[in-house]
Design a protein around this ligand. Structure first.
Ligand code: AKB
Length: 323
């Protein structure tokens, strides 16, 4: 039986991961941790317990862990890359002081911890194509600095104290349930909403800018499978490259146009997001994740595009004829 605390349960990943964990571990208790102002609603609220858990207040984490006899913590509290550039001190506080609080509680109370890293943990000196698992990590954004430090601190707690920390480097995540916010890869979600609504998409990222992307069902699968993996085969822990597709704005635009031929896109580059995107890899090599715990994604650009459009049409109430 598993008792899991999901911190940041109402965000883009958390809202879907919490529901998936409640299905996978239906005999356990999956607690939706949230901060005031981001309360769970609907199925997320009704299908299991929820608690106020603020990573910067250690006692709120400890209380939830004690109350529900938690054995695994998914730590999804973070400011994404573009927001972290605007609020670097807040990003440090949430991502680093918050992580330290979680790791200390995990050490005392014997919890496993998943804290995602990102393609943002790499920088301009990193090899851009087939970015290796173990390579140069000198990011130039505050988000990236906190992600590298997250990887190091998580490994430190594993080696020094035996805390079962594991993690993946998420690409940009694409989903239709909860919008991301403040990320560099957000355009790859927003473009689908514009297409389904029949609006012209104003793209903030330049043509030719390739980044790793992933459809949410694959990201959720990775988050569950890495924590279920047999530790004897984990040579790496924090954090594994995982990849499924890489595209630039033109490629995703063309994929959508195959489904919605009248769709239009224009460019208006956001210099902050573009500078971050230019410092990230084009495509990561995920051989280690495949070898050490059997990582194997299901979606490519074409199958994701069809699924996104279908679900967004249902969600937003647009008929298939709206081309
Ligand atoms: C962001 O764009 O900041 C995130 C990420 C790639 O980690 N989506």
């Amino acid at each position: 039986m598993k008792n899991v605390l999901v911190i940041g349960s109402t965000g883009q990943i958390g809202s879907e991961l919490t529901m998936k964990l409640r299905k996978v571990y239906h005999q356990g208790t999956i607690v939706a941790g949230y901060i005031p102002g981001a309360e769970p609603k609907g199925e997320l609220l009704e299908s299991g317990p929820s608690e106020i858990v603020n990573v910067t207040s250690a006692h709120t984490i400890a209380e939830a862990v004690d109350k529900y006899d938690i054995d695994t913590i998914y730590n999804l509290a973070a400011l994404l890359s573009a927001t972290a550039e605007r609020k670097p001190l807040m990003a440090w506080d949430i991502q680093m002081n918050g992580l330290l609080n979680i790791l200390e509680i995990a050490r005392e109370k014997h919890c496993a911890v998943f804290t995602p890293s990102s393609i943002g943990s790499f920088g301009p000196d990193t090899p851009r194509d087939n970015t290796p698992q173990d390579t140069i990590q000198r990011p130039t954004s505050m988000y990236g600095v906190t992600k590298v430090a997250t990887e190091l601190l998580s490994d430190y707690y594993y080696h020094k104290y035996g805390v079962d920390t594991r993690s993946v480097r998420f690409p940009g995540l694409i989903s239709y349930t909860t919008l991301p916010g403040g990320g560099t890869t957000d355009y790859a979600v927003e473009i689908y909403y514009a297409a389904v609504k029949g609006e012209t998409f104003i793209c903030p990222i330049a043509e030719g800018t390739y980044m790793d992307m992933m459809y949410m069902p694959d990201a959720l699968k990775a988050a569950v499978e890495i924590m279920e993996a047999d530790p004897r085969y984990l040579h790496h822990r924090n954090s594994f490259n995982i990849a499924s597709m890489s595209f630039d704005p033109e490629e995703v635009y063309e994929a959508i146009k195959k489904e919605i031929p009248g769709f239009k896109m224009k460019y208006q580059i956001d210099p902050v997001r573009q500078a971050i995107a230019d410092s990230w890899p084009n495509r990561m090599d995920d051989t280690c994740a495949r070898k050490e715990w059997g990582w194997n994604p299901s979606y490519n650009l074409k199958s994701m595009t069809r699924d996104m459009i279908k679900h967004l049409r249902e969600k937003l109430g647009y008929s298939q004829e709206s081309k």
